[in-house]
Design a protein around this ligand. Structure first.
Ligand SMILES: [Zn+2]
Length: 265
């Protein structure tokens, strides 16, 4: 039996919730979100068997918006029921705004590359399976930049992954929205292109010894990279989420995260 990417993420979240009780609440919420996303992905695949791959760059079409906004209410109900308190209250208020407002919010979030508020992140979490669907039908066009942007949707990477390659390990970066993964040199800052390794300190903590906090002292940003050569069992997106104490630490050192994840953390 093939296990879907969502099922793998859910299983990993269940395991991690047992290991890290401080994260049990947020992981519990994530599990609800992932189940919803899998169902939405299935519905959208059926509604758009040949999705228009160009639409990742522009506005959503009327057909896309009507499919999406029709499901948004259930997502808001989910966030109201299972989300942390602030998110729950915001979702209840959003639910009262109605479908015209939702369509506008979804379309804005689709075209805006970096959400700035909780409402924007919630909309992005809802839209994420559709971005993933389009990407799976689309083509990745690598960018010629020294810094890192998603080769499919031009957004910033949410995290990195180290995979075994020959005798060493190669780094790739993963788009926080469409989840495209592309190779990116290890000793280059993905935010500013800095290549001086003395300005690129890497930190780890014993609690998450397979997660590297890769910092840049030139632009004061960081990205977390999940080292799959040390922990082949990790599901990078979920392990990134649960290692929030590393984000707290990095921010305390004056580094800003290159791109917050879809829970806004
Ligand atoms: Zn992308």
């Amino acid at each position: 039996m093939t296990v879907s990417p969502w099922q793998r993420r859910i299983q990993r979240a269940q395991e991690l919730a047992v290991q890290h009780s401080f994260a049990a609440e947020i992981l519990g919420f994530y599990i609800h979100v992932a189940r919803f996303q899998e169902d939405l992905h299935r519905r959208l695949s059926a509604a758009f068997p040949k999705p228009p791959s160009a639409s990742i760059g522009g506005e959503l079409s009327a057909a896309e918006l009507s499919q999406l906004s029709a499901r948004f209410e259930s997502f808001l109900t989910l966030a109201e029921t299972h989300g942390p308190q602030q998110l729950s209250e915001m979702s209840r208020a959003l639910r009262a705004r109605g479908q015209t407002f939702w369509s506008e919010l979804l379309n804005n979030s689709w075209t805006n590359h970096s959400p700035s508020d909780a409402q924007g992140f919630l909309a992005m979490a809802f839209l994420q399976p559709y971005a993933e669907l389009l990407r799976s039908h689309g083509k990745l066009t690598p960018k010629e930049h020294t810094y890192a942007l998603c080769p499919f949707c031009n957004r910033k990477p949410g995290f990195g992954v180290l995979r075994q390659m020959g005798d060493g390990a190669a780094r790739s970066l993963v788009c926080y929205f469409c989840l495209a993964e592309w190779e990116f040199r290890r000793l280059v800052c993905p935010a500013c292109g800095e290549e001086n390794d003395r300005k690129l300190p890497v930190f780890t903590a014993s609690e998450f010894d397979y997660i590297r906090v890769e910092c840049c002292d030139a632009c004061k940003t960081y990205v977390k990279t999940v080292d799959l050569t040390k922990n082949g069992h990790a599901e990078p997106m979920v392990d990134e989420l649960v290692s929030a104490p590393l984000d707290l630490w990095a921010r305390g050192q004056g580094y800003a995260k290159l791109q917050n994840n879809l829970l806004g953390m």
